[in-house]
Design a protein around this ligand. Sequence first.
Ligand SMILES: [Mg+2]
Length: 228
Amino acid sequence: MSDCIKGVLFDLDQTLLNRDESLIRFLSWQYSALSLSAEGISEHAYQKEFINEDKNGSVWKDKVYSKLISVFNIEGYSQDFLLRQYIERFRDHCVEVNGASKLINKLRHAALPMGIVTNGKSPFQEKNIESLGWNNDFKVILVSENVGLRKPSTEIFLLACQGLGVSPSQTLFVGDNPKSDIMGAKDAGLQTFFLKTKYHNHCDGADFTGTDLNLVSQVIFGFDSTTN
Ligand SMILES: [Mg+2]
């Protein structure tokens, strides 16, 4: 095991939580629950419009639903009702990024303290983590809305390291966003692993780069540990 990594922090969306797949599952459920087919709306068009307006999670859903109501002429449901469904039911459709649980289990067995640092709404993000069965695995869970700090601010990374009880230089941050995750963590003095996705496939300055979480395990435990 690497001598210089004593703790690991993760981003949530698209790093541990497969947000694309989770969103498709939620939207499919919502489309059926609202019986939108009876209003002549196609499921594909509903999903496509949501995903387009959502901009990879960067736009809050009040705006997204307001647009959907006007585009599809939805008359039976208010923006607040649709938003509440998203807040309360998204968690039921959460799926992990391939290999996330396997990596978390491995880190837990190695007694490496872990945390999550995510920009997002609270308690929405905490509920999503809970639904994946991970809330007891993480010593620290910092959600930007809850702590009043956002990545890439160095303060939120330092606060997370403090919570782990590990110095920044001995902490590895794993995330998919070059600016908020990698640049922020780097500025705070952490080691960084950039997880490539279809949204961001290049990042200058990351200490490690890879397309799947198995490589994080290799960075921490060595390259002979891929089958474990
Ligand atoms: Mg992310």
